[in-house]
Design a protein around this ligand. Structure first.
Ligand SMILES: [Zn+2]
Length: 302
């Protein structure tokens, strides 16, 4: 049951501004049609951006919406991907994807319901949806191979279920640094993808700034400067090959300094919590075992 007071997408379709009397009217709310158009746009953009890698690996890229995917995955995140996700959602790809299943390849799921909660108008919705697609595509590009082929299908799906949390828990709540699961190569791939999206005239339709700030890093502007002219020089190279080369020294240095700062912040927070716990235990005169903090973390992760 949802506590969201806004109407469901189906109700919104009936109330869509696209059917407004004025011939110049644009939709005022996110309609099913806007979701479909944005999904097709995300598929085209993502496929275009990594076309060389897909050709080289003879793979197909699949972009799906959350409502098309099994509901137990990623219901609390804006998007997700995994090297074996295509196998887990193969039936859904066959059912929903315009061309159906065409063999193994990277899959991305974008949670349109979650994005809609934060971006109720179609322009913000489209922007956030495409930005999320670029984010997930950077995860696809940072891994090698893009598609996990070591396991037979049944094992691969099991592997994904083990790896993919069914409920998002922020790094802070897990006692981890804010950039958890987002390392230097992810941000490097993200910068390259954004550069390529800009060259393809998608500059205004997606942004990557939020990926840096939300993971506690310095401004995207500083990262652009640290990347130097790498994105321009390697514009025509497949990103898989770019990722095999050494990153620019300035980029390594900037990420190192950001990550060290974030790790020391986590260490400091842990020390403060431990010292607060030992103070309160000393004050109460009661012994509380070492499992206390672990127990609290376990409660938060349920
Ligand atoms: Zn991510």
């Amino acid at each position: 049951m949802s506590h969201d007071p806004r109407p469901s997408d189906d109700q919104q379709t009936a109330e869509a501004g696209g059917d407004d009397d004025s011939p110049l009217a644009l939709p005022r709310v996110v309609t099913t049609r806007v979701v479909g158009q944005t999904l097709a746009m995300a598929q085209d953009l993502a496929e275009f951006l990594i076309a060389p890698e897909l050709d080289e690996a003879d793979a197909t890229l699949y972009v799906l919406c959350e409502r098309m995917a099994p509901s137990e995955f990623g219901a609390t995140v804006a998007g997700y991907t995994h090297p074996t996700l295509d196998l887990a959602v193969r039936d859904q790809i066959d059912k929903w994807h315009p061309q159906g299943w065409r063999g193994r390849g990277p899959a991305i799921v974008i949670n349109e319901r979650m994005i809609h909660k934060f971006c109720p108008n179609p322009f913000d919705f489209r922007h956030r949806f495409l930005s999320t697609a670029i984010h997930e595509l950077a995860h696809v590009c940072e891994r090698s191979p893009m598609v996990e082929t070591r396991y037979p299908p049944a094992v691969a799906v099991e592997h994904l279920e083990e790896q993919l949390d069914k409920r998002y828990i922020s790094p802070a709540d897990q006692g981890l640094p804010a950039f958890h699961l987002h390392e230097l190569q992810f941000f490097r791939a993200l910068l390259h993808l954004k550069y390529r999206a800009n060259r393809a005239n998608y500059a205004l339709l997606c942004s990557i700034g939020g990926a840096f700030s939300s993971h506690g890093l310095s401004d995207a502007e500083l990262y652009w400067n640290a990347l130097g002219d790498e994105a321009e020089l390697l514009f025509c190279a497949g990103l898989g090959n770019v990722m095999q080369t050494d990153p620019p020294a300035a980029l390594v240095e900037l990420f190192k300094s950001d990550s060290e700062r974030l790790i020391s912040k986590v260490v400091q927070t842990r020390r403060e919590r431990q010292s607060a716990n030992s103070d309160s235990n000393a004050g109460s005169g009661k012994f509380v075992g070492p499992g206390r903090e672990r127990g609290q973390a376990a409660a938060a992760s349920r």
